[in-house]
Design a protein around this ligand. Structure first.
Ligand SMILES: [Zn+2]
Length: 392
C-alpha cells in the first residue's frame, strides 16, 4: 500500500486540472445551459481559470457555445450559454440480470442510439459484448474510436472498486470478474456496479431532475426481485460490504416461505418477487408487473397486502435514511394502481418524503450502465480512457 494515500493526499497540478475539468463538465451537463461567469461563481474558480478550461473543452469538441443564454434579453454584454455536445462520443451501457442482458449505445446525453437484447450472460460474455459493441457502433454510423467508455449494472452483490460480481447465484457460481475481461475486450474503461445502484445514478444523471444531482433518493426497483439504493452527494452508497440497499431482504411479515436467497421467513422478496407471485398464482416465469395485474384481478385483498408490505419496508427505510424522495422504478410501478396504493400508505403514516415514479424508461435497464460510464467520463475530466481501442 502506498505510504501516501486516502484523504491525506494532496493535489498536484494535473490532478487539479482534471478535477476542475470534471467539475465544469458535470455542471454544464446538469444545467444544459450555463454561462462562463455562472460556472466561475458556482465552482469557486476565477473567471480566467474557467475561460481556459472552457476553451480547452470547446477545442476538444466536448462543449459548444449555444448562443445567447435563455431568458437573457437585457441590454449589455450577452451571456453565451455553454452546452455539452451529445455527439462528442458514444457510451456503452449494459444491464445484466437473471432475465436478460441489454446493451444500449447512447450519445453523451444518455439518449439511446441503438438497443440490443440478449439472454442472460454466459461464459463468453466479454468477447460477445465486444463483437456486439462493434455492430452497434457500425449501425449508428460511428467508428470504433467514438466509444468513450462503458458501464455494466449487474444484479446481486458487486464490488464496484474491483469490478467483480461477488454473488449472483442466479447467473454464476462464486465471484465473476467483469471489469478486467471487458476492458480487455472493449479497449475502453469499464465501470461495474450493482444494477440498482447504477439505475439510481441514472435517475440522478440522465433524467429531467438532474439539476438536483446531490438529492438524496431512496431508489427502489421491483422486478424480478426487489432492490434499493440510497444516493447521497450524487452517488449511490455501496455499503461497507457491498450489501447496501437489500430492501428486499428486510422482514415485513411473521410468516411465509423461507427466502431462497437470505434464508429468512417473511422478507419482502420472499412474498412479492416474480418467483413468489408466479408460484402462488400458478404462472411461473411471468414478469412481476403481469403477475401484479393478475393478482389484482383475482384477489383484491392479496393485492392490497402486497402494497402494504412494500409500504412497511419503505417506511422503515425512510425512518433510517430520511431521503428527500422515494423513487419507484419498474413496469409494476409504471402501470396499474400499485404505485398509488404504496404512496398512499406512506403518506398516511405522516412521513415527510416525496414518493414518485422513476423518470427512467423501465424498458431500458441498461441505462444504469450508461450512467456509470458517463460518471467515469466526467470523473476523468472528459478524457476517453484508453483512447477508444475497440476493434482489436
Ligand atoms: Zn430474503
Amino acid at each position: 500500500m502506498s505510504p501516501i494515500g486516502g484523504s491525506s493526499r494532496g493535489w498536484n497540478a494535473p490532478d487539479l486540472r482534471k478535477r476542475n475539468r470534471a467539475a465544469v463538465l458535470r455542471l454544464v451537463h446538469a444545467r444544459g445551459d450555463i454561462a462562463r461567469n455562472e460556472l466561475a461563481a458556482e465552482l469557486g474558480l476565477t473567471k480566467a481559470a474557467v475561460s481556459i478550461l472552457v476553451n480547452e473543452l470547446i477545442a476538444e469538441g466536448l462543449v459548444s457555445e449555444a448562443g445567447e443564454q435563455r431568458g437573457e434579453r437585457r441590454a449589455g454584454r450577452k451571456k453565451i450559454a455553454l452546452r455539452l455536445r451529445p455527439d462528442a462520443g458514444a457510451l456503452l451501457g449494459v444491464g445484466v440480470d437473471s432475465e436478460r442482458t441489454q446493451l444500449i449505445l447512447s450519445d453523451l446525453a444518455g439518449r439511446p442510439l441503438a438497443v440490443r437484447e440478449l439472454p442472460p450472460p454466459s461464459e463468453a460474455f466479454a468477447s460477445s459484448l465486444a463483437a456486439l459493441a462493434r455492430e452497434l457502433l457500425a449501425a449508428a454510423g460511428l467508428g470504433a474510436g467514438a466509444l468513450l467508455g462503458a458501464g455494466v449494472g449487474v444484479s446481486g452483490r458487486v464490488d464496484e472498486l474491483r469490478g467483480v460480481s461477488l454473488r449472483e447465484p442466479r447467473l454464476w457460481e462464486g465471484e465473476q470478474p467483469l471489469r478486467a475481461p471487458l476492458e480487455e475486450a472493449l479497449g475502453v474503461c469499464v465501470s461495474v456496479d450493482n444494477n440498482v445502484r447504477a439505475l439510481a445514478l441514472a435517475e440522478l444523471l440522465l433524467c429531467e431532475g438532474r439539476t438536483s444531482t446531490g438529492e438524496s433518493l431512496l431508489f427502489t426497483k421491483y422486478g424480478p426481485g426487489v432492490g434499493a439504493a440510497w444516493t447521497m452527494g450524487g452517488r449511490a452508497w455501496p455499503g461497507a460490504h457491498h450489501r447496501s440497499g437489500e430492501l428486499g431482504h428486510t422482514v415485513v411479515a411473521q410468516s411465509g416461505p423461507a427466502c431462497p436467497y437470505c434464508g429468512r421467513v417473511g422478507c419482502l422478496e420472499s412474498l412479492v418477487s416474480a418467483r413468489a407471485l408466479g408460484e402462488r398464482l400458478g404462472l411461473e416465469g411471468r414478469p412481476a408487473h403481469e403477475l401484479c395485474a393478475v393478482l389484482r384481478e383475482r384477489d383484491g385483498r392479496a393485492y392490497e397486502e402486497l402494497a402494504e408490505r412494500f409500504a412497511v419496508a419503505l417506511g422503515n427505510a425512510i425512518e433510517l435514511y430520511d431521503p428527500a424522495a422515494v423513487v419507484l422504478y419498474g413496469p409494476a410501478f409504471a402501470e396499474g394502481t400499485l404505485f398509488d396504493e404504496i404512496a398512499r400508505r406512506i403518506v398516511a403514516n405522516d412521513r415527510p418524503c416525496d414518493v414518485r415514479r422513476s423518470r427512467l424508461d423501465p424498458a431500458l435497464p441498461a441505462l444504469g450502465g450508461t450512467a456509470l460510464a458517463l460518471e467515469r467520463f466526467f470523473a476523468d475530466g472528459g478524457a476517453a480512457c484508453a483512447g477508444g481501442r475497440l476493434g482489436l
